[in-house]
Design a protein around this ligand. Sequence first.
Ligand code: LHQ
Length: 256
Amino acid sequence: MTAIVTYALADGIATVTLNRPEVLNALTAEMRRGLRDALARAKDEARVIVLTGAGRAFSSGQDLADRADAATDLETSLTEEYHPLIEAIAEHPLPVIAAVNGPAAGAAANIALACDLVIAAESAYFLQAFARIGLIPDAGGTYWLPHAMGLAKALGAALLAERIPARQAADWGMIWEAVPDADFPATVARRARQLADGPPLAQALMKRVIRSSFDHTLPVQLQHEAAAQGEAGRAPDFREGVAAFLEKRPPRFGGA
Ligand code: LHQ
């Protein structure tokens, strides 16, 4: 049987692939567990995680035909299964790239937005499909959307439930970049390499501190920033980064 979530590790890059292409990688409980397991495994052995979809889609969101899920109350399904997944991405010490190869709909669009760097192929699109089936954006949608693109666009995306093409998503600041389909695999590989070679402690700290800024006033945020910078400054990667600069060579980060 083919795994419905695959995991491949190469040179510090953990690639996690949603793998039910015949239903556009619609998410089942087993896939959500597989995703959480993959994220946990990568923690100990990778330097960056790439999350992507097999076939022509990233993911169509919740599997609407899954009978087990249909029997579960939505609030329970969200709090017990989706939320731990969203938090595992947002709180993961490693940078997580969403490589959005095709449509990202429903909960999957918002799982992508939970990632740290979203790179989409130009033919991909984001669809807050929820209103079409009488629901509201979930899996963090009501949080990420206004933060990522502002209130006006967030409300429009939720109420109208129209496709947001990758290029538009990038123009709105919702994702990092949209790239021509032909360049997509190479761009993802290049960005993954770049992050895998980056300073792990500083990356983990910047993820945490930047994400927490939503909850803080400026004085509080400045304190968190200074504390994290103090920690980064005491670590070997800072010494290595400065030495590499002075010696005019690329840094070798990852010092314990
Ligand atoms: C699917 C799905 C799918 C099953 C395509 N399920 N089969 C909800 C409830 C519970 C708890 C937590 O939260 C949530 C959150 C959510 O995620 S709700 C939103 C769920 N997603 C959607 O509403 C999107 C549904 N899909 C679509 O609207 C379309 O498939 C899109 C626009 C993504 C792509 O359209 P097309 O490119 O035209 O592909 P298609 O519709 O022909 O799909 C291909 C196949 O995949 C098809 O099966 P078939 O046997 O006819 O070839 C679809 O039935 C199947 N599929 N999405 N979510």
